[in-house]
Design a protein around this ligand. Structure first.
Ligand code: SF4
Ligand code: SF4
Length: 382
């Protein structure tokens, strides 16, 4: 079987010329945009517009990367649009705040909202056989995923594959969190979604990635790379290995590899372009919500002492109720202008942490996870 090819290109800044050259080279390493996308087609470029956030916060795909991809796609497509469904706010607001709207104006393409959509049946779906997808996704001949490399409290990591969750309009995403509450089952659902959307090509903005408590409150982390591939699973796996993270620990990558929906193992992937050894990062921090989750295999009884729980910092909380609106099981109330979480009904999806605009929700590790951390620290000091 042919190996999945991943283009890895050095890009140390968001200087427009440097980003344009890196994206163009990445596409060329994959055979050129003419081979990647159907000629005269309608293409949807799907960045990560998680929330209305400034580009320097590294929450959203950088506008220069979106623009460079659009310029490439326009070489072959008849019509190009850019869109996403943010977790907070609306598409146009998030696009303006992140600089993506201006990038699209500069490139002469439209930002399209993801408010409307319809059901898409997926017979091969393992857990989910029907997705409600945004209309621009359904109408496009080809989807180009332009993701941001970030950590993710619930899934551990978000990149090219997880970016596709934004193809589901607005608050409808909550339904999937409610239906697939465990990490493994949510991962299988994301693999189903990957098969439903099937991006023609995926690009990863890892010029400045995010580590720590991503996807919204982590640390912008210079990584210096732009990656591209036809196979988003291979793409994410390569990026994670460079960060020193085992991709098999990310549920949706493991699920995708197990069912042949993408290549995760090193033996199945060919990296072309710049030397991987020059990108390796040794101190990439994984999120609190993901620490020691593998111990959950030992049994449900340990769940509350292992999984991190969301805790409201009342000093920072402004009572805006964004978390209340984004909590899938509706277990948050706002009392006297402060958020209050009913922990007994919390499903640990961390949507509240992700969406709080004030950084007022932190994730506190469970007792067993904290003890294990101290033990590991102790061993490391000896
Ligand atoms: S915790 Fe955050 S999102 Fe929730 S009410 Fe307070 S400031 Fe708003
Ligand atoms: S309180 Fe936060 S972590 Fe718990 S279910 Fe609601 S959104 Fe998810």
């Amino acid at each position: 079987m042919a190996k999945a090819r991943v283009a890895l290109v050095r890009c140390d800044s968001y200087d427009p010329g440097a980003v344009g050259a890196a994206v163009e080279r990445a596409f060329r390493l994959l055979g050129g945009v003419e081979c990647l996308l159907p000629r005269e087609s309608t293409c949807l470029v799907k960045p990560n517009l998680l929330s209305p956030s400034r580009p320097e916060l590294a929450i959203t795909t950088h506008p220069e990367v979106v623009k460079a991809v659009v310029i490439e796609v326009k070489k072959v497509a008849r019509k190009v649009a850019v869109g996403d469904s943010p977790g907070r706010g609306d598409t146009l607001g998030a696009a303006e705040a992140s600089g993506v709207a201006q990038a699209c104006r500069d490139a002469g393409v439209e930002v399209v909202p993801f408010d409307e959509g319809s059901d898409f049946r997926l017979l091969e779906g393992r857990l989910c056989k029907e997705f409600f997808l945004a209309r621009p996704v359904l109408e496009a001949d080809a989807v180009v995923s332009v993701a941001k490399m970030k950590t993710h409290g619930f899934m551990g990591y978000t990149g090219a594959v997880k970016n596709l969750f934004g193809c589901i309009p607005g608050t409808r995403k909550a339904k999937y969190h409610l239906r697939y509450q465990g990490r493994e089952e949510f991962g299988i659902m994301l693999t189903d979604l990957l098969l439903a959307v099937r991006p023609a090509v995926s690009v990863l903005d890892a010029v400045i990635a995010m580590d720590g408590d991503g996807p919204s409150h982590g640390r912008p982390r210079p990584f210096g790379a732009i990656l591209a591939s036809r196979d988003p699973v291979a793409l994410d796996s390569v990026a994670l290995r460079l960060a020193g993270v085992d991709p098999a620990g990310i549920p949706y990558l493991k699920a995708a590899a197990e069912r042949g929906a993408g290549a995760m193992y090193e033996r199945d992937v060919e990296v072309v372009g710049d030397e991987p050894g020059s990108f390796v990062i040794k101190d990439f921090r994984m999120p609190t919500g993901n620490r020691h989750r593998s111990l959950l295999r030992l049994g449900g009884i340990l769940k509350s002492s292992i999984t991190a729980k969301p805790v409201v910092d009342t000093e920072k909380c402004t009572g805006c109720a964004v978390c209340q609106r984004s909590c899938p099981p509706q277990v948050i109330s706002v009392v006297r202008k402060k958020a209050v979480i009913d922990d007994s009904r919390c499903i640990r999806c961390y949507c509240c942490h992700e969406m709080c605009p004030s950084g007022a929700i932190r994730l506190r590790m469970g007792m067993a996870a904290r003890a294990l951390d101290r033990f590991i620290d102790c061993l490391a000091r000896k």
